[in-house]
Ligand binder design. Structure first.
Ligand code: HEC
Length: 129
C-alpha cells in the first residue's frame, strides 16, 4: 500500500512536470504570409467562372504558347491551378487585361469584352465553378 502511494506521488509529479513543460512551450505564431489571402468577390452578381468562361478563352488564345512541356511561354494555362499561379500574379493585369496589353504575344490584345470578363473573374477571386 505504501509502495503504491509512493508510485502515485511520483506519477503525479511526472504528470505535473509534463504539463508545466507543455505550458512553457512557446507556440509558434502562424505566419501571416502563409495564410490564404482574404478575398471578397467584387462583383457578386456576375457569374464568370473558370469552367463556364475562362477555360474557353485560354484554350482559344493562350495555351498554344502556355502549355505543359516544352512550350514557348511560361506556365501551363491548360488547367485551373496552372493558370491561377499566373492569374493571381502581379503582371497578369498589365500583360493581359489593361489597354495595350501585349498578350497574346504577337497579336492584338483580347477584345475589350473578354478582358473585362477576365478582370471580373479575378476580382471575384477566380472561382472555379
Ligand atoms: C505566341 C505565343 C504566346 C501566346 C499565344 C500567349 N503568350 Fe503569354 N507569353 C508568351 C511568352 C513567350 C512569354 C514570356 C516572355 C514574356 O514575358 O514576354 C509570355 C508571358 C506571359 C505572361 C507573363 C508570365 C510571367 O512570367 O509572369 C503572362 C501573364 C501571359 N504570357 C499571359 C498570356 C495569356 C493570358 C495569353 C492568352 C490571352 C497568352 N499569354 C498568350 C507567349 C505567348
Amino acid at each position: 500500500m505504501r509502495k503504491t502511494s509512493y508510485l502515485l506521488v511520483i506519477a503525479a509529479i511526472m504528470l505535473l512536470y509534463g504539463c508545466n513543460n507543455e505550458a512553457d512551450e512557446v507556440l509558434p505564431e502562424e505566419d501571416p504570409i502563409q495564410e490564404e489571402e482574404d478575398c471578397t468577390p467584387q462583383f457578386p452578381d456576375m457569374d464568370v467562372t473558370y469552367n463556364n468562361y475562362v477555360k474557353g478563352i485560354m484554350d482559344q488564345y493562350c495555351i498554344s504558347c502556355h502549355h505543359a512541356g516544352n512550350s514557348t511561354g511560361p506556365g501551363d494555362f491548360s488547367n485551373y491551378n496552372g493558370l491561377l499561379t499566373y492569374a493571381e500574379g502581379s503582371s497578369f493585369y498589365a500583360r493581359v487585361i489593361q489597354d495595350g496589353a501585349d498578350m497574346p504575344q504577337g497579336m492584338a490584345p483580347l477584345p475589350k469584352a473578354i478582358r473585362d470578363s477576365l478582370d471580373v473573374w479575378i476580382q471575384n477571386c477566380a472561382p472555379l465553378n
